[in-house]
Design a protein around this ligand. Structure first.
Ligand code: ZN
Length: 461
């Protein structure tokens, strides 16, 4: 690409999936070890920006310790006639993509959670200054998003300055998120779709509604609207709602049609407000994972920042892998933190009455939006470290999921629930078998059975 002739490394889509291991990294910027890191885009007036200016506050790449890890921030300021504040979120989400185009740079996550590595190989090739990265970003932004007329970029590695700007950035994110709160899906005719994650998860499309934030937690309905207006053919686009097929589950004909088209038929049906049946797909950059715990018939939630193992003994990474990649997996549901503040949050599954466990730090972030009862009866790592401990806790607090346990046991006495058919062959359109927390679905199968016993499942106590 001649556009990057003066850059010491290659730039292109082919580098997007590049992984940089610890042993091969020159430096790590942000990431789990750093409490403060951020990336932020702000809309400015034309005269407030010096076009393509790159500023570095703190040590530059070449002055950072080899193999080290430092606090880090990226501040991008943009201006243009069509630029408005609502575009900030979508422009910001592109930092991830554009950084990953650079040979020898790996960028993960977004907002307050960024994690970047620069490879030794790229550093030795001459990628030893943020100036190069700034030039690449500025040129990509202006060529890919022509509504950006002027852009200036600041890289920050000075710890005090990172902390200061991080705190300001958190306020900006909060203000953006708060904007759509209180709005309802019923009040609009248009939802938005986002396929930015298709480079990693080809069958994924985020559906963004007033009451459902993007999985990554960085694109609201307002952001979607602003982006679709200036760049309607881009990766963030309008979805006409169409006919409402199921209010509770959140199924709309317009969503089904659009996702079918955008995933080339791989996914053709989505229920937005449940983790079962046809759940919204999970990409790879969701902020948190809701995971079903069959033993207690409730959901645990774990966010990317949680370092320990969850109540079922698995860490975030394992649970995330169980649902990621643009798949619809029953009971493994990638979500944003903001979605947890929505009244539609897993509504079809019982909403907060179905949540049984989450990290204390997540609980603190969303506490204001939790029903009073949930504040006391959702366990954290301080209350329960195993499923057995969780059961005791839930009983103690008389958590609403208990009703699911008792109801089923009382409703159907075991003897009455048994039915038998002997030596028959019968076709079934869909049959579901669940065992050990997994569900096996047979479609259009013919089953031959010596004897069939249908038993209502009782939760293990
Ligand atoms: Zn994503």
């Amino acid at each position: 690409m001649s556009m990057f002739e003066d850059i010491p490394v290659d730039v292109g889509v082919i580098y997007e999936g590049e992984r940089i291991r610890r042993n091969n990294m020159q430096i790590e910027l942000g990431g789990p070890k750093q409490p403060a890191k951020f990336e932020l885009v702000r809309a400015k007036k034309m005269d407030e920006i010096e076009d393509e200016k790159v500023t570095i506050i703190g040590p530059d790449l070449k002055d950072l310790p080899e193999g080290g890890n430092v606090p880090f921030g990226i501040l991008i300021e943009v201006a243009g006639k069509a630029i408005e504040e609502d575009l900030e979120g979508v422009v910001e989400r592109r930092i991830h993509e554009y950084c990953n185009f650079v040979e020898g740079i790996m960028h993960l996550n977004q907002r307050y959670d960024i994690w970047i590595r620069v490879s030794k190989k790229a550093f030795q090739k001459g990628l030893n200054s943020f100036t190069h990265v700034g030039k690449v970003l500025a040129r990509l932004y202006k060529s890919e998003l022509p509504f950006i007329e002027k852009i200036q970029i600041t890289f920050i590695t000075d710890p005090a300055k990172v902390k200061e700007l991080h705190d300001q950035a958190m306020d900006v994110y909060e203000a953006r998120d708060a904007k759509a709160r209180g709005m309802k899906d019923d009040e609009v005719d248009t939802f938005y779709g986002c396929t930015l994650c298709q480079s990693f998860a080809p069958t994924h499309m985020c559906v963004i509604t007033p009451q459902r934030y993007s999985n990554c937690g960085s694109i609201s309905w307002f952001d979607g609207r602003a982006s679709a207006q200036v760049d309607p053919k881009g990766p963030v686009f309008a979805i006409e709602k169409g006919e409402m097929l199921d209010a509770e589950k959140g199924e709309f004909s317009g969503i089904n049609e659009t996702i079918k088209q955008k995933t080339l038929g791989a996914v053709d049906r989505v229920w937005m407000y449940t983790g079962f049946g046809y759940p919204h797909t999970s990409c790879g950059c969701f902020e948190a994972m809701a995971f079903y715990i069959p033993e207690v018939e409730g959901y645990g939630i774990v966010d990317r920042g949680f370092k320990g193992v969850t109540v079922n003994g698995l860490p975030f990474s394992t649970l995330a892998d169980s649902g990621a990649g643009g798949r619809q997996v029953d009971g493994f549901h990638g979500i944003s933190i903001e979605y947890m503040r929505s009244p539609k949050f897993l509504e079809a599954d019982g909403g907060w009455d179905r949540i049984v466990w989450m990290p204390q730090s997540v609980k603190d972030r969303v506490a204001e939006f939790m029903p009073e009862t949930a504040k006391t009866n959702v366990a954290t790592e301080n209350d329960a470290k195993t499923v057995d401990e969780l059961k005791v806790f839930l009983k103690e607090k008389n958590h609403p999921v208990l009703q699911r346990w008792t109801e089923e046991a009382e409703e159907v006495p075991e003897a009455e629930a048994e039915e038998a058919a002997e030596g028959t062959m019968f076709p079934v359109s869909t049959a579901t078998v669940s065992a050990g927390g997994f569900k096996i679905i047979f479609k259009n199968a013919k089953i031959h059975a010596e004897k069939v016993i249908i038993k209502r499942e009782k939760p293990k106590r």
